[in-house]
Design a protein around this ligand. Sequence first.
Ligand code: TYM
Length: 318
Amino acid sequence: MSRKPVMLSGIKPTGELHIGNYFGAMRQLVELTRSGKYAPFIMVADYHALNSVQDAETMRAHTRELVMGYIAVGLDPKDVTLFKQSEVPEHTELAWIFDTITTMPYLMRAHAFKAAEAKGKEVSVGTFNYPMLMAADILLYDTAVVPVGADQKQHIEYARDTAEKFNRVYKTDTFKLPEPYIMEDVATVPGTDGQKMSKSYGNTIRLFATKDELAKTVMGIVTDSSGERPQNVYVIHKLIRSDAELMPLYEEHRGKYKALKDALIEDLDAFIAPMRARYEALKDDPSIVNETLLEGGRAARSVAEGKMQEVRKAVGVA
Ligand code: TYM
């Protein structure tokens, strides 16, 4: 087994990837993988997605799309262990053990739970326990770093607390404490309305969008006429160009929102085009997704099985 520190992250297969996923997390996964400093474990968090995707065909389709997405952004399946959470039953097994050392009031402090409650939603037990499954995802692999966007920070704190609690209760050093890896400038990528980009807000820019789609989405970016610089356009533009490059452009087109949006469409299209081409090409070869998941599942499972044996001994069921 590799002695390099483990990097692990995951995305829920809940639908189309957007540029918030890319800049907030996926790009860092590619960069850290290429650095060669880590042993990368990249997950399709399908059991987490079951809280919202409750149709078998949709789940299968989104799962395949996410695997293609990971590969299209530049992750080479040869270099990463890319796997489906559901193929490694140790994740749910460990989540149960964590449930037994975790209190309800502690889980009630989770942002996601509080937000759902505040909206008057009926919260499923799966949504309530979500942080424990995520803690299991991370801790099973002795993960050192977890590249994510800012919205996942609290979940990593939950994983750290849970590791500490388990080690304390069972007087072991079974679990290592993971660190979040959050890039400050892209911690929360804004959407077309200036709020956090999120599928649930309907303000996303699709990662593999065609140029026509990009044009339509960018033209829909909310601009207010109070300033000379359309802030919501600028902050998205800043994801792909430096301030130094943008200053002259925004100066030249002061107050001309249409021209600035046109420039953003061109830049986004140029940035996305190579990834989009890879994504489209992958659609023609379903075997890559199958093989990747098969290999990744096996590799992940062998690590997770080892850790679970330690856990079972520590708690006294083995
Ligand atoms: P998910 O599927 O909601 O999002 C996937 C990744 O994209 C990041 N992200 C963003 N980053 C910046 N700005 C945004 N607007 C934005 N929107 C999404 C998220 O922070 C995340 O990194 N619970 C996780 C999935 C998960 C996981 C894990 C992650 C399950 N197990 C173990 C890490 C480790 C989630 O729902 O991500």
